[in-house]
Design a protein around this ligand. Structure first.
Ligand SMILES: Nc1ncnc2c1ncn2[C@@H]1O[C@H](COP(=O)(O)OP(=O)(O)OP(=O)(O)O)[C@@H](O)[C@H]1O
Ligand SMILES: [Mg+2]
Length: 503
């Protein structure tokens, strides 16, 4: 039987045992899910299987022959291909170049790839993923989800026998995820073995044949999916029973109050058109829509990252027709951005410094900083969010993806913003920390913070929001109350209609 088999893989980073003695296999034609809390070692295992990292000890066999460890190209040439958690792409190149760069071996096989055929192939593969992306735009200018699609296409364009996906749907909405699942099922029927990492357990139950659970770098076991249910899987992941109750929103809205923010007819050509809404103190306004619907672009305009062409924002007793990030921060607006590595963290700085950055800005320097209080604030956040780090003084880049995300959220939680914009706040966050983040969001709302919540997870949007605005093609498709909204209505409204909308 064709399979990829690991034998006693171990890997340490300094004092962290990221992987301990992992033996498992991925069989042709199966979807094998890899589950575990943030920092459990999933990405480390994937980096070893794909050649990005070398194990300290242990071996990997493919079709009973040793795989050349630590060599990405050689491993890809064997048909073992990975799509990593943080998409590895060349930002200044377009989608076509990103797909074919470094793949010159295709030419060596006698297939001459000219620009036109490469472009055609790129378009075809993106179409099977359900994405109509520009193939000429530099990838660096695309949204995180679109970049993830490009890196997925890069893996799929070449014949692979083992496909490894590290949280591929973390920033995709339901529609794009469904196209991806369709694609995965086709590959599975063709006999491709798939290793699939996701914190969304419903996906694991929908897709997987078998599940391996990692905890603190060690394997807890491998099960057939039919022998598990949600509760037993969570129990294996965290090592104890955790009642993960879905969040329920309490009505914090005080309709008599002045809105915190009132947005009127906001436009930015090519991104969004005629957007109007308001948010009351203590209210959570959800923003739903497909990738590329304009949600992040609106958030960025409200936070002063991008300009807008027309319309205005009534905020802090002033009507703004343009604003800068400095204006936004000075007036109590905070934002957790979609792309943590580019916008949310200073990777080489410590966990502690990253957590305290927003409040450093709030302190007057000449008054000096109260080191003791700051240190304990950071310590409290690390404990509260369960941020897994050897020490708060370690650089943020040494943390796992989900733990980095916890820092990005955590750093705003101890400030008291008037308006908090959250763009996919629980992307890649494990099941326990997710409910903690939900609890904190609700606590902030209860204290009067107005919250704009962008999320591609419909259950998250539905359970936390007081009202939900749906966007499609940069246009507002209406704002629903929590009582009116259902998954079906949100999905239906987020799909483009035949009439087409030009911005
Ligand atoms: N380059 C590195 N330097 C130091 N420590 C690292 C490095 N990469 C990973 N680690 C540590 O190894 C452990 C496992 O990390 P890994 O990224 O494999 O977790 P994960 O299961 O993928 O988590 P997540 O769900 O958050 O993505 C973590 O404790 C992490 O801090
Ligand atoms: Mg990871």
């Amino acid at each position: 039987m064709e399979r990829l088999k690991t034998n006693a893989l171990s890997k340490s980073y300094g004092g962290t045992h990221a992987l301990k003695d992992i033996s498992m296999d991925i069989i042709a034609g199966e979807v094998h899910a890899l589950c575990g809390e943030n920092g459990a070692g999933k990405s480390t295992l994937i980096k070893i299987l794909s050649g990005v990292e070398r194990p300290d000890t242990g071996k990997v066999h493919w079709r009973d022959a040793p795989l050349p460890l630590g060599k990405v190209d050689a491993i890809e040439a064997h048909g073992v291909v990975a799509v990593h958690q943080e998409p590895v792409i060349f930002p200044h190149l377009n989608a076509v170049d990103n797909l074919f760069v470094g793949r010159e071996h295709a030419m060596a096989c006698g297939i001459w790839l000219n620009q036109a055929s490469m472009r055609k192939q790129t378009q075809n593969i993106l179409a099977t993923l359900g994405e109509a992306l520009s193939v000429t735009e530099p990838v660096g200018e695309m949204s995180l989800a679109q970049r993830q699609m490009v890196s997925m296409a890069r893996a799929l364009i070449h014949q692979c026998r083992i496909l490894i996906l590290d949280e591929p749907t973390a920033s995709l909405s339901a529609r794009e995820s469904a196209s991806l699942f369709g694609r995965i099922n086709v590959l599975k029927e063709q006999g491709v073995g798939i290793l699939y990492v996701s914190h969304r357990l419903e996906e694991v139950f929908k897709l997987a044949d078998r599940v391996t659970v990692l905890r603190d770098g060690a394997s807890v076991g491998t099960w057939a999916i039919k022998d598990l249910n949600r509760d037993t899987l969570i129990k294996h992941m965290v090592g104890r029973e955790v009642p993960v109750a879905p969040p329920t929103s309490s009505p914090n809205v005080k309709p008599t109050k002045q809105p915190v923010i009132e947005v009127s007819a906001l436009c930015r050509k090519g991104a969004f058109n005629d957007i109007s809404f308001h948010i009351q103190p203590g209210e959570i306004l959800g923003m739903s829509g497909l990738v590329g619907a304009g949600r992040s672009e609106i958030a960025r305009a409200l936070f002063g990252v991008d300009r807008f062409d027309s319309g205005n924002i009534l905020y802090g007793g002033r009507t703004w027709t343009s604003l800068t990030i400095q204006d936004a921060i000075a007036h109590g607006i905070a934002m957790v951005p979609e792309d943590r590595q580019l916008q949310g963290l200073v990777l080489p700085l410590s966990v502690e410094t990253n957590l305290l950055l927003p409040s450093l800005a709030n302190h007057e320097c000449f008054r000096g900083l109260d080191q003791g209080t700051m240190r304990s604030t950071a310590g409290d956040l690390v404990t509260q969010l369960g941020i897994k780090t050897e020490s708060p003084s370690k650089p943020a880049e040494s943390l796992s993806g989900g733990n980095q995300q916890k820092i990005v959220i955590g750093k705003w939680l101890h400030t008291h913003p008037t308006l908090l914009i959250l763009d996919e706040p629980t992307r890649g966050v494990d099941v326990g920390a997710k409910s903690e983040v939900h609890r904190i969001i609700q606590a902030l709302a209860a204290k009067g913070t107005a919250i704009l919540l962008i999320s591609s997870e419909l259950p998250e949007i539905l359970s936390l929001s007081d009202r939900i605005m749906v966007l499609c093609g940069g246009c507002n498709q209406g704002i629903l109350s929590r009582q009116e909204a259902t998954q079906e209505i949100l999905l239906r409204r987020s799909l483009p209609t035949d009439s087409g909308r030009d911005i």
